[in-house]
Design a protein around this ligand. Structure first.
Ligand SMILES: NC(=O)c1ccc[n+]([C@@H]2O[C@H](COP(=O)([O-])OP(=O)(O)OC[C@H]3O[C@@H](n4cnc5c(N)ncnc54)[C@H](O)[C@@H]3O)[C@@H](O)[C@H]2O)c1
Length: 275
C-alpha cells in the first residue's frame, strides 16, 4: 500500500543484479512510493544478471557504471539528472564484492590484490560517489544517501573475512561524508545494517542455511527480509527522516541487541555435558 512518501523524488539505485538483490526490492518500493528511479550496475552485472528485465518492466533507465571509477560516476550523474529532469534526491549504495570470500581464502591468508579490490568496491566506492556528487552539485538540498552494511563491521563474524573491514570503512565514510555534506547542503548519509538475506553477495560461504536459521532464532522479531530492508530505505529517503544522518539503522529483527536465548543456553549445556 503506497503512501506517496517519495512522490516527485528522483533517485539512483546502485546494485540490483537479480530479483534476490536488496537493491531490486528497494527500487520497486521507491517506485511504489511515487519516485522516479535510475538503475545502475557494471556492464558485466547487467550482462550476467537480470536487472535489465526490472528496468524494462517499470520503464526505468539503466545506466552502466563501475562504482570504483569516478569518471563513470560523473557520467552517470550527468545522464541521470538529464533523464529524471533535475538534481537527485536519493541514492542507494548496495555495492559489495570480496574475491577472498568468493574464493574461500581464510582471513589470515588473504590475497592482498583481492583485499584492495574488496575495500575499493565495497567501501571507497561510497566515497567516490559522494565526492563526485559534491563536486557536481548533483544531490538536491536535503537529499538522502543510504548504504547497506552488515553487523560483521563491528563484531567478529566467523567467515565474513575482509568484508568486515570493508563494512567498517563504509560506515566510517558514511559518518564523515554525512558531516561534510550535511553542513554543505543538508544532505543526509546513513547506513542500514541488514539481517543476512539470501542474495549473490549474501552467499559465498558454507553452512549458509544453518546461519540464516541461527540468526532468525536469535532475533526477537526474526530475520528482516529484503522487503523489510526496502521499507527502511524508503523511510530514510523520505522527508519523515529529515533530521536523521550519520547513523547506523538496524534492520535486523533485534539480532544485534541479543546475546542469548533459553534454547541456546540449553544447547550449550548439552555440549558441556557431552550429551
Ligand atoms: N545479503 C545479505 O545478507 C546482506 C546483509 C547485509 C548487507 N548486505 C549488503 O547489501 C548490499 C547489496 O548486496 P546484496 O546482498 O543485495 O547482493 P547482490 O550481489 O545482489 O548485490 C551486490 C551488487 O554489487 C554490485 N557491484 C559489484 N561490484 C561493483 C562495482 N564495481 N560497481 C558497481 N556495482 C558493483 C554487483 O553487481 C551487485 O549488483 C551489499 O553492500 C551487501 O554487502 C547484504
Amino acid at each position: 500500500m503506497s503512501s506517496g512518501l517519495l512522490k516527485g523524488k528522483r533517485g539512483i539505485v546502485f546494485g540490483a543484479l537479480d530479483e534476490r538483490s536488496l537493491a531490486w526490492h528497494v527500487a520497486e518500493h521507491c517506485l511504489a512510493e511515487g519516485a522516479s528511479v535510475v538503475l545502475t550496475n557494471t556492464a558485466t552485472a547487467i550482462q550476467l544478471g537480470t536487472v535489465s528485465q526490472l528496468a524494462v518492466a517499470h520503464d526505468m533507465p539503466l545506466i552502466v557504471c563501475d562504482a570504483t571509477k569516478p569518471e563513470e560516476i560523473a557520467e552517470l550523474f550527468t545522464r541521470a539528472q538529464a533523464l529524471l529532469g533535475g538534481q537527485i534526491d536519493f541514492i542507494l549504495h548496495a555495492v559489495a564484492q570480496s574475491m577472498n570470500l568468493r574464493r574461500h581464502k581464510s582471513y589470515e591468508q588473504a590475497n592482498y590484490t583481492y583485499f584492495h579490490q574488496t575495500l575499493d568496491i565495497s567501501a571507497l566506492s561510497l566515497h567516490k560517489i559522494l565526492s563526485t556528487a559534491m563536486e557536481m552539485d548533483a544531490i538536491a538540498e536535503g537529499g538522502s544517501v543510504v548504504a547497506l552494511t552488515y553487523i560483521g563491521s563491528e563484531r567478529y563474524m566467523h567467515g565474513y573475512n575482509d568484508m568486515s573491514d570493508a563494512k567498517a570503512m563504509l560506515e566510517s565514510i558514511a559518518r564523515q561524508m554525512g558531516a561534510l555534506y550535511g553542513r554543505k547542503k543538508g544532505v543526509r548519509v546513513n547506513v542500514v545494517s541488514q539481517s543476512p538475506t539470501p542474495t549473490k553477495a549474501g552467499g559465498g560461504w558454507n553452512e549458509l542455511e544453518f546461519f540464516y536459521r541461527y540468526t532468525d532464532h536469535l532475533s526477537p522479531l526474526g530475520n528482516a527480509d529484503a522487503d523489510d530492508c526496502a521499507d527502511v530505505c524508503v523511510a530514510l529517503f523520505s522527508d519523515l527522516m529529515r533530521r536523521v544522518t550519520m547513523q547506523t539503522i538496524y534492520s535486523d529483527g533485534g539480532f544485534g541487541r541479543t546475546i542469548l536465548t533459553p534454547e541456546l543456553m540449553d544447547d550449550y549445556r548439552r555440549v558441556e555435558n557431552k550429551e
